[in-house]
Design a protein around this ligand. Structure first.
Ligand code: SF4
Length: 343
């Protein structure tokens, strides 16, 4: 009889309820949270684990996640979110963790029909099957409307004490949370930037125009305004001091795809990175952006310091050209406008 399971814990209400239902049956729970390039709910999961009194292990995505993101077998949701493939990926990793710690099965807070992209009944079956968990994957909140899993059939878990929730209503889940004595009732956990339409445009830009883009290119998507200069080159401009610092830091990383950084030499303005080929035109475009988003009050000409890899630092005169004037950040225009004009 297995009295130990692994739970995927996002920190949202559903995963907390699933864990609490196991604890009510005397089952020990080991929580697992996935740190993705695009999520930011680790603090929420840590708080939830603390409230529930379970040990939490945080797992980072490997680079193979990018392959999945570029070509998801089950497609995208409304944004660039490949939820079914992503869940398969997570559960596959969770299975290995389960085996390492000698737990008996895995639980999640998924509810049939709650999310259109990944929680339709068939999606849940596909996810369980392709993660090689099959009936070792128990969804306590919807178990009563799903086929009995191994933990239920073997009597490790009492199916009668599980639930049969279906659909998007939160009311009954919140009521269950109160009944189970959860001190906080968090909103459903998303925190995944891939579901945001504007952020998704930046992701699709990389997938479609720079299919060779690496982890660094994706990690930096959250920082600054992004402009596509040409098929090989992007320019990123900080929107505030924190983003300027983040871009500076990103530039110093060993795997950085940035080839130059720029900052105003005699005026106030942001910091910029050129990622890809730092041609003279690309540098002029980036310098123009610094002027556009900066504040030059003279005297003289606005100068920008350009530091290219393996080259001495130099200064260029910044000018707001037509391309700079009409430049729009990625994520504010449809991705169909792909030309030298920034999208
Ligand atoms: S919302 Fe994001 S993290 Fe969650 S399953 Fe979908 S792609 Fe994965």
């Amino acid at each position: 009889m297995s009295k130990r399971c692994v739970a995927l814990l996002s920190g949202g209400l559903d995963s907390m309820l699933a864990i609490r239902l196991m604890q009510e049956q005397g089952i020990e729970v080991e929580a697992l949270n996935f740190k993705t390039l695009f999520t930011c709910c680790q603090d929420q999961s840590a708080q939830a684990a603390h409230d529930l009194g379970v040990r939490l292990t945080v797992v980072s995505q490997d680079d193979d996640y990018l392959e999945l993101l570029r070509k998801p077998e089950y497609g995208y949701g409304k944004g660039a979110n490949p939820c079914v493939d992503c869940r398969i990926y997570m559960f596959d990793k969770a299975k290995r963790f389960m085996e390492q710690i000698d737990a008996g099965f895995i639980i999640s807070g998924e509810v049939v029909g709650q999310r259109p992209m990944s929680q339709k009944r068939t999606d849940l079956e596909v996810i369980a099957h392709h993660s090689h968990l099959d009936d070792l994957l128990l969804r306590p909140l919807s178990a009563r409307v799903l086929h009995p899993t191994l933990p239920e059939r073997e009597g490790w878990v009492d199916r009668e004490k599980l639930y049969g929730f279906v659909g998007r209503s939160r009311k009954e889940l919140i009521a269950l949370g109160k009944k189970l004595g959860l001190r906080s009732l968090p909103t459903p956990s998303t925190g995944c930037a891939l579901t945001e339409p504007l952020f998704s445009q930046k992701v699709f830009d990389l997938i479609q125009i720079q299919p060779q883009a690496r982890r660094w290119d994706y990690e930096v998507l959250r920082q600054g305004r992004h402009f596509r200069f040409d098929a090989e080159t992007k320019v990123m401009v900080g929107r505030n001091e924190a983003e300027n610092d983040a871009l500076k830091y990103a530039h110093q990383l060993p795997d950085a795809a940035s080839t130059a950084y720029l900052y105003p030499a005699n005026f106030l303005g942001p910091f910029a990175l050129v990622a890809g080929r730092a041609s003279e035109k690309a540098v002029a475009f980036a310098a123009g952006l610094l002027l556009k988003y900066g504040k030059f009050e003279g005297p003289g000409e606005p100068l920008v310091e350009v530091v290219q890899r393996d080259q001495p630092s130099r200064q260029v005169v910044a000018a707001v050209s037509d391309a700079v004037e009409t430049a729009r950040t990625l994520g504010s225009e449809p991705t169909s406008r792909r030309s030298q004009q920034p999208i």
